[in-house]
Design a protein around this ligand. Structure first.
Ligand code: ATP
Length: 450
């Protein structure tokens, strides 16, 4: 009997106290593979709107697309695995969704696009799930359904990246991860520009290994499954691992910043980009953060660049009139401050001519004159020459800012932030070598290092 395409997605299985959604995906994919399912794509790790206030960490959800003989049996198994493998009762509100068919409905794809940059309700997720014939189960308050449906609708037909995630054995979780810094630097250099965010050169910091008690040993991101898998021999890991998976992902693609936002009707917690002019001169706040006002077609809003991004110096060099494009997340307004655009990248498009207004220079002796009072002209201190009708003069300001793109230092990247080295490497398709599943990997991907 030929297999049936089944799309499985789940989210919100972890809490701050433990568990990990990608680890659960690794275990489910392994189990499915062992029981004869054929993977139609790499397991997907989809990052959704990073500004939703109730996310645990990186707002990640997963989707596994398989061809199976007995979909009902698989759905029961996965529902069980999600229920058993989630931190229900201590903060997780899982949702698991299933769709059978070879074409993902448009409504599902649209929901997914919106989930990248907007805040969506459980009701909206239920509605789209029901209209598309998706079977789903929720636990806790069920918020996880939004992420599940969002991940399922994300086909990653255009730009995408890969991440190899290696998992620790249970007995090692909580102990220090032994990752050789020199080897990480070496790996990073050898695979540049095809892997990213392995190491923050500016802060001399290894970025591939988390620090918490979770089961992730390392996560290595890059442009192809082969290049990210090559980290395993190159890093010479000594710890015995549970296994590893290569996920296909929207990480490092700026997928959340694709839509242009309109300052007249901007909503809290949304993400996108704004083309605007700098309206007020930037000022540095305590902690090194820089705040300024921007204007887009007559509407104004404050914008902030935070010190850890490493972009505060650039922001401080802006002047009123500069034309910029900024990638932003919208911080909610409170009684103390209005909504603020939190800047994620800064593209300086046009540098305005700026002038300092200075007192005129004395025609007799060349010294800068002193004002005699409002509209009373100027007098030279030295030779006493007076000019009753003289005005202030405009002297062009030296601008030490260059047009171009500025992105945060790697340590401050969000999962979705596109690193500088990826500009120009964006993919425009996902190769299909044949078979009936448009957009899906047609052959068995080498996913599990078991
Ligand atoms: P981790 O990165 O460790 O997997 P997380 O940051 O993904 O954790 P979750 O526990 O998955 O955090 O919580 C995120 C919650 O937000 C989920 O319930 C998810 O369904 C929901 N969510 C995701 N995107 C949106 C969105 N655009 N609008 C509303 N809710 C969303």
């Amino acid at each position: 009997m030929a297999g049936v395409p089944l799309h499985i997605a789940f989210d919100d299985t972890d809490s701050r106290l433990g568990r990990c959604t990608t680890h659960l995906a690794f275990k489910v994919a392994r189990q499915l593979k062992e029981s004869g399912a054929r993977l139609l794509d790499y397991p997907l790790l989809i990052r959704l709107n990073p500004n939703v206030p109730w996310k645990t960490r990186g707002n990640g959800a997963v989707c596994i697309r398989v061809s199976v003989k007995d979909p009902d049996k698989v759905m029961d198994f996965v529902t069980d695995a999600v229920e058993q493998g989630s931190a229900i009762g201590s903060g997780a509100n899982p949702g698991v969704a299933f769709f059978q068919g070879s074409e993902i409905p448009d409504a599902l794809q649209q929901f997914s696009s919106a989930a990248m940059c907007d805040v969506l309700s459980r009701k909206m997720a239920q509605k789209v799930a029901e209209s598309c014939g998706i079977r789903y189960h929720t636990f806790g308050n069920g918020q996880g359904l939004v992420g599940s449906v969002g991940a399922m609708g994300c086909l990653l037909k255009a730009d995408h990246t890969f991440e190899l995630i290696a998992y620790r054995k249970q007995e090692n979780c909580g102990s220090l991860r032994q990752v050789d810094e020199g080897r990480v630097i070496d790996f990073s250099k050898k695979t540049f520009p095809y892997t990213f965010n392995n190491y923050d050169q500016n802060h001399r910091r290894v970025l591939i290994a988390p620090h918490g008690p979770d089961p992730v040993f390392i996560g290595v991101r890059g442009e192809s499954p082969e290049i990210v898998s090559s980290c395993l021999p190159m890093l010479e890991i000594v710890e015995e691992l549970e296994g590893w998976t290569v996920f296909r992902s929207n990480q490092g693609t700026n997928m959340h910043l694709l839509n242009e936002l309109d300052l007249r009707c901007i909503k809290a917690y949304t993400a996108g980009f704004v083309r605007c002019r700098v309206k007020s001169a930037p000022y540095a706040m305590q902690g090194g953060h820089v705040l300024f006002t921007v204007e887009q077609q007559g509407s104004e809003m404050p914008a902030a660049v935070y010190e850890p991004t490493g972009l505060a110096n650039v922001a401080a060099s802006l002047e009123p009139g500069d034309l910029i494009e900024i990638g932003v997340g919208v911080r909610k307004g409170t009684t103390r401050h209005p909504k603020i655009l939190n800047i994620e990248y800064l593209n300086v498009l046009e540098i305005a001519s700026c002038y300092n207004l200075l007192n005129p220079v004395c025609k007799e002796c060349g010294k800068r004159m002193k004002s005699e009072g409002k509209n009373k002209g100027y007098q030279c201190d030295r030779c006493k020459h007076r000019e009753p009708n003289a005005q202030k003069i405009q002297v062009p300001k030296q601008r030490n800012l260059k047009t171009g793109l500025y992105v945060p230092t790697p340590k401050a990247h969000r999962h979705l932030t596109k690193p500088m080295q990826r500009y120009g490497l964006e993919k425009s398709d996902w190769k299909i070598a044949g078979g009936g599943f448009s957009g899906y990997y047609p052959i068995e991907p080498p996913i599990c290092g078991l």
